[in-house]
Design a protein around this ligand. Structure first.
Ligand code: PEP
Ligand code: MN
Length: 286
């Protein structure tokens, strides 16, 4: 028998059957390419309503949007907080969308918990081990971003902390790492997506938005992620990216997202994945 790695519960050696997370009718880590789209941050009722109305017509079942934002500068927009959560709930009810939003700190878990279907743990918190241990006691699926300075092993060990807490529904999210090359915001570790899938039974998704920082690179980064075996994509999109309060340069225009989705479906099909959203998408585009 091969040696069991340090990240035991997360490893393929421990569980040689892929973990499929069933949430809001989506089977994350299964055959279907899972899509999440939405703004970096919830900014207003008009903003989230316009975006949700569009993305739901494309057949995208999950909306993202930060209500509590981890910003590098304390002077930058910090999120609408509880108001942002209520706005997410509002569009979730109107368009039957699942919600993913970040829990930045243990003290915010009780506030965010009732609103979200998947708990997002940000890159900056991937090494907050006490937080990971405690969040592992919750019963909602958790999406764990890769730390921007984390090795593959550190990332998988961070997931191990969550599984040890009792929660096995963890989704890994590659969002780019910092390298010597600053021409992109981060460096999207495409081979890392393939490697994480080989080493672990957990679903792996890609966030080309934080990885590239540039809306013109979202399409190639997404296609490459799908080709590398990603189980899904989480993409930032905005109704008016030039006026976005955070991450405008990497946010797609709504139409751009619609335009690139048929190509997502082509590459997905080539690597043996299905796209349940593509039928609806075709109807919208005729
Ligand atoms: C985000 O998804 O908007 C975000 C802040 O992500 P990360 O934690 O990967 O920087
Ligand atoms: Mn962002």
């Amino acid at each position: 028998m091969t040696d069991i790695p340090k990240y035991k519960l997360v490893s393929r050696q421990w569980k040689n059957k892929k973990t499929i997370i069933d949430v809001k009718g989506c089977k994350i880590g299964g055959d279907d390419l899972f899509l999440i789209a939405g703004p970096c941050a919830v900014e207003s009722e008009e903003q989230i309503e316009t975006i949700a109305s569009y993305t739901s017509k494309l057949g995208i079942k999950f909306i993202r949007g930060g209500a509590f934002k981890p910003r590098t500068s304390p002077y930058s927009f910090q999120g609408l907080k509880e108001t942002g959560l209520s706005l997410l709930k509002q569009v979730s009810n109107t368009y039957d969308l699942g919600i993913i939003t970040e829990v930045m700190d243990l003290s915010l878990l009780d506030t965010v918990y009732p609103y979200t279907d998947i708990i997002q743990i940000g890159s900056r918190n991937m090494k907050n081990y006490h937080f990971l241990k405690e969040i592992g006691k919750t019963d909602k699926p958790i999406m764990l971003k890769r730390g921007m300075d984390a090795t593959m092993e550190e990332w998988l060990l961070a997931a191990e902390y969550i599984l040890l807490g009792g929660n096995e529904n963890v989704i890994l999210c590659e969002r780019g790492i910092r390298t010597f090359d600053t021409s992109n915001r981060n460096t999207l570790d495409i081979a890392g997506i393939a490697l994480a899938k080989q080493l672990s039974h957990l679903p792996v998704i890609s966030d080309p938005s934080q990885a590239t920082g540039n809306r013109d690179l979202i399409k190639p980064a997404s296609l490459a992620s799908i080709a590398a075996g990603a189980d899904g994509l989480m993409i930032e999109v905005h109704n008016d990216p030039k006026k976005a309060l955070s991450d405008g340069p990497q946010s797609l225009y709504l139409e751009q997202l619609g335009d690139m989705m048929p190509d997502f479906a082509k590459v997905a099909k080539a690597v043996g994945k299905t796209c349940s959203w593509s039928h609806k998408h075709e109807i919208v585009n005729v």
